[in-house]
Design a binder for this molecule. Structure first.
Ligand code: PGA
Length: 260
């Protein structure tokens, strides 16, 4: 059985006090509510809130009791040194951060993050024991011109396929069509499944059947409580990377409970 995962990508939202309230509500409700199945919940707030997220997501008295794990939204490709404003994988690891999003389309678009930078960031994270959540996905133009499979294959080949099998087996991949992000236009379950099956097939060709079978593939892009159940029921969709809907505790928890 593959792992089921729901990760919240808060992006650049919420002030400190609002973040504290949301984290507190999530922890309380995830502790109390019966959760369907065994879903890994990950919260990815902005850097300044990571420590608070870790503290509120983990039981003070019993560190094995985790309501949600914590991920960063970005990491430097460099190890350390004179890179003003950057945050290294070693720093994240020293704060018990377990996951980190890499190659999100917003970073590719606004910060010029390239496949080569994704490759370096992934390596740095893995060396520091952090699980990369690597995003891929095509723009509307690329889909309309029928190039979406080609784009995704390039992103995965150049960003990930240099990894040794053992390292590769530790990552999580998120398919996020750019045209679906923040637009309210969720991909249909069939559209998402088609790409997820394509990604799994690429992994199988490169790393073999066993690895392909166990890598979690998340869908992201306007995923909400209404669309999550059908998406998560698809055979190659193992959960979601949730933006807007992760900023409301009720919506995020409904999505977590959307697995059959
Ligand atoms: P969205 O964002 O759910 O707001 O579309 C998803 C993401 O960008 O990770």
């Amino acid at each position: 059985m593959r792992r089921k995962i729901v990760a919240g990508n808060w992006k650049m939202n919420l002030r400190f006090q609002e973040a504290e309230e949301l984290l507190d509500e999530l922890a309380t409700r995830l502790e109390k509510e019966q959760r369907s199945g065994d879903v890994e919940v990950i919260v990815c707030p902005p850097f300044p809130y990571l420590e608070m997220a870790y503290d509120l997501g983990t039981d003070e008295e019993d560190p094995n009791m985790v309501y949600f794990a914590v991920g960063a939204q970005n990491v430097s490709e460099h190890e350390k040194g004179a890179y003003t404003g950057e945050v290294s994988a070693a720093m994240l690891s020293s704060m018990n951060i377990e996951y980190c999003i890499v190659g999100h389309s917003e970073r590719r678009k606004y910060q010029g993050e390239t496949d080569l930078m994704v490759a370096r960031k992934v390596e740095s994270l893995l060396q520091n024991g952090i699980v990369p959540i690597v995003c891929c996905g095509e723009s509307l133009e690329e889909r309309e011109s029928g190039n979406h499979f080609k784009v995704i294959e390039r992103q995965l080949t150049e960003g990930l396929f240099h990894l040794e099998p053992l390292d590769f087996s530790r990552i999580i991949i998120a398919y996020e069509p750019v045209w679906a992000i923040g637009t309210g236009k969720t991909a249909t379950p069939e559209q998402a499944q088609e790409v997820h099956a394509f990604i799994r097939n690429l992994i199988q060709e490169k790393y073999g059947k066993e690895t392909a079978k166990q890598i979690p593939l998340l869908y992201g892009g306007s995923c909400n409580p209404a669309t999550a159940p059908e998406l998560f029921a698809m055979p190659d969709i193992d959960g979601g990377l949730i933006g807007g809907a992760s900023l409301k505790a009720g919506d995020f928890i409904s999505i977590i409970n959307s697995f059959e």
